[in-house]
Design a binder for this molecule. Structure first.
Ligand code: CP
Length: 359
């Protein structure tokens, strides 16, 4: 899917001064950035991904300060609009906005006028009418954030839509990998589990492909996307997925891997007849210490969470020395600060050129 974009120049790699309190419209662009919304990574170039990741590094330094508060987004209102449950994404966006000095509020569909039949578009327009300039949205339906983006001038951030995309998770995954490996070119990244229903896997695929990583997806054929199952015709591959290696044997997949990412087995799939039993799935696809012994000696073990220990990932490796699971969560705050900053910067620059105030 493509998105409407907004160019904020960005040739400069000048360091960001998030503590300055200057209006963002006058701040230097921290790097190339063309987005008005963040809907997926399929329209992100490596240059923009690097802008986000390098800015996130600066945001991580802000978070390490004794008083981690900067007024960079003062005057901006951010609304988290969640139609599905979330712990990490919602809490980290809330923290990210507050650390940057924005007004942040969270709205759950389950306790909002959505329950009285209010449509998505009306809800978005209502929140915009209260001054929300950035809407962080999670929805069970693939494409819902794209619909919202067509009906508002607020910036929309996709915090997970159905089985389609979860771009901010992918960016924090890339940030975590890059912190440990530097350049990701040629790094073997293996995603294991329910690839077919994973919005994280799809966005990670785009991001990893842009960064030149070698991506392998591994799972039982019933949990691989259409076109990636053994025997599928290549021309039937799911539209708009970058090239990946497909492996149904976990031992072969993990051989030499720099990153092994276990994905949550969505237990509802079992009822859909896609798996014979959880026990059988764990036997063949659980990421265990024995299987990880085949990976590169410096491998990272990742999981976007929430995880089912004892099903897709063994307890001892989830809490083991190669596990990045908690670091991923920590990095999520800095990455989301960087995204909010870039979106606000673009909005302020657009408002300044139109002779208006910030939103
Ligand atoms: N990884 C992730 O999206 O977690 P939450 O559902 O807790 O936000």
């Amino acid at each position: 899917m493509t998105t409407e974009t907004h160019e904020t120049s960005g040739a400069s790699a000048a360091p960001l001064l998030p503590g300055s309190g200057e209006p963002l419209g006058t701040a230097p662009a921290p790097g190339p950035w063309r987005h008005r919304h963040v809907l997926d990574l399929d329209d992100f170039g490596a240059d923009e991904i690097i802008t986000v990741l390098e800015l996130a590094g600066q945001m991580a330094e802000v978070l390490e300060r004794r008083i981690a508060r900067v007024p960079a987004l003062r005057g901006h209102t951010i609304v988290n609009l969640f139609y599905e449950p979330s712990t990490r994404t919602r809490a980290s966006f809330e923290l990210a906005g507050k650390v940057l000095g924005a007004d942040v509020l969270s709205v759950s569909a389950s306790t909002s006028s959505v329950q009285k039949g209010e449509s998505l578009i009306d809800t978005v327009r209502t929140l915009r009418a209260m001054g929300a300039g950035i809407l962080v949205m999670r929805h069970a339906s693939s494409g819902a954030p794209y619909l919202a983006a067509r009906h508002t001038d607020a910036a929309i951030v996709n915090a997970g839509d159905g089985a389609h995309a979860h771009p901010t998770q992918a960016l924090l995954d890339l940030y975590t990998m890059r912190r440990h490996f530097g350049d990701l070119e040629g790094k073997r990244v293996v995603m294991v589990g329910d690839i077919a229903h994973s919005r994280v896997a799809r966005s990670d695929l785009w991001g990893l492909a842009a960064m030149g990583a070698e991506v392998v997806v591994c799972g039982p054929p019933t949990l691989l996307p259409q076109g990636l199952r053994p025997g599928d015709r290549p021309d039937h591959a799911e539209a708009a997925l970058p090239h990946v290696e497909v492996e149904t044997d976990i031992e072969r997949a993990i051989e030499g891997a720099h990153v092994v990412m276990a994905l949550r087995l969505q237990s509802e799939r079992q009822q859909g007849g896609l798996l014979p039993s959880l026990h059988e799935y764990s036997l063949h696809y659980q990421v265990t210490a024995k299987r990880l012994a085949r990976a590169h000696p410096d491998h990272l073990l990742m999981h976007p969470g929430p995880k089912n220990e004892g099903i897709e990932i063994a307890r001892e490796v989830a809490g083991g020395g190669r596990s990045m699971i908690e670091e991923q969560v920590t990095n999520g705050v800095a990455v989301r600060m960087a995204l909010l900053y870039l979106l606000a910067l673009g909005r302020d620059a657009a408002a300044a050129s139109a002779g208006e105030g910030a939103s």
